[in-house]
Design a binder for this molecule. Structure first.
Ligand SMILES: [Zn+2]
Length: 186
């Protein structure tokens, strides 16, 4: 924790990566990548997030980037609408609502023998996916899968994480490990 500081005036988190071997620390590596990128990544923590089309709710995650997204091809006209895009000046907007599961009577439970994901693995997954979408111009499904693979590496580096489901949700892990599905119960 000595490495992390937060300036509430500039709303900036500063992380000292000095001396960390990035090849054995996937989290530090991801941070290094997003701060070194030419694109601007923004992390929002809270119930709402600002988009190009105004403020929207976050239940529990938003991951918005400036690129075209084939998930919206079904629309007429096809493509994103302003609330699907990051606010002006930002290339990738990640938002997480930490109050979601404990507020409004919504709880998260695991469908597997593993425990629910640690919150920080969600904070790992979403920027990793955003980076894959913007830096590597991958569509959502491929970007999600790449971020899931990176989380696998993180779990190899931090064995305690294997007691938990993936922060990426959704995708099944290898058969030797519990699947990672979660369900929301209202
Ligand atoms: Zn994802």
């Amino acid at each position: 924790m000595d490495r992390i500081s937060y300036d509430s005036n500039s709303k900036t988190i500063t992380v000292d990566l000095t001396g960390i071997n990035l090849e054995s620390n996937e989290g530090a590596k991801l941070l290094q990548e997003v701060v070194s990128a030419e694109d601007r990544y923004d992390l929002s923590v809270g119930d709402t997030v600002e988009t190009l089309g105004g403020i929207v709710g976050v239940n529990p995650v938003k991951n918005l980037d400036r690129n075209p997204d084939s998930r919206y091809n079904y629309r007429n006209p096809p493509g994103k609408i302003p609330t699907d895009l990051p606010k002006f000046g930002i290339d990738a907007q990640v938002a997480y609502n930490p109050n979601y599961y404990n507020g409004f009577g919504i709880s998260q439970r695991s469908l597997t023998t593993a425990q629910i994901p640690l919150e920080y693995t969600v904070y790992f997954h979403e920027p990793a996916e955003a980076y894959a979408k913007v830096q590597n111009t991958l569509q959502y499904a491929q970007a999600h899968a790449r971020a899931h693979d990176r989380e696998r590496r993180l779990r190899e580096q931090r064995p305690l994480l294997r007691l938990h489901n993936f922060g990426s949700g959704g995708l099944a892990d290898d058969p030797a490990k519990p699947a990672n599905n979660t369900i929301i119960r209202r």
